[in-house]
Design a protein around this ligand. Sequence first.
Ligand code: ZN
Length: 309
Amino acid sequence: MRITRVTKRRRRLGMILVMGLLVVGGLVIKESDLNLYPGTEVHEIAAAEEPPSISSPLPLEQISPPPAEYVVSPIPKPNGHEQTANQEITVNKPVKPDKVKPEASTKKNLISLTFDDGPDRKYTPQVLDILKKYGIKATFFLVGTQVEKYPEIAQRIVDEGHTIANHSWDHKNLTKLPPKALSVEIDKTQKAIYEATGITPTLLRAPTGAISKSVLDALHEREMLHVYWTVDTRDWAGTSVKDMYKNVMKNTHPGGIILLHSFGGRKNALDNTIDLLPKIIEDLTAKDYSFVTVEELITANQALPAIVK
Ligand SMILES: [Zn+2]
């Protein structure tokens, strides 16, 4: 009787021990499984540090073909940035890049207006007049052939404090070019802009936003960055002022980059851009946004990593 009880107790203890080992073993296996894929953890940590909306930026392969400026693009929707009424940066006095401390400006609602395809003599001067009237700075992505035709307008852009950037030599799809031709598209435009203005751009926006790893590598070799957009107005297509206004007001978030044009598009389409501009400047300012150049957006640590690479 006594022996049986002891035996039973031993068996019970044995079973508990075995079950305990199984549980611990399970945990160990689980943990070691995780260790087999350390990338998982790293990825989770990396994702948590990124802006909430860009938790999974598209790999390059998925970006090409990207949302084109001639096609409705998916709009990243940053959120979680606090708005602050206590703005130091005002519309009339954009802060110079070297004066913006990243830690001090993380809560500012900075956004950038960008104008592609110029310069020209019809629309670019009108855009510049409006920007001057409101005392705000923007970024112009210029096409080399246009700079060659209108160097004085390129100079005016620089004189009035805007950022001048590269938009290829003749608006080719950069992803379709062999390395040598790709270099020509970038370097010939850099040279034309330098000759017209004395400035060597550090930013490029590929025509229609079409980029590939080769395009990005070519830019990074030259210490340049590619700049996408977060709001595509489709102004080149003659989109109505009302529709563009609704799109911009709904989809602009801190760190936003709004895509507009100062040349090209369908006949007289950019008349709408000229009408739209004062309205969005006034109403986004009323919503506590400050307009800065893309360079300033980057310096202020407000550019979204999926948009400026
Ligand atoms: Zn373009």
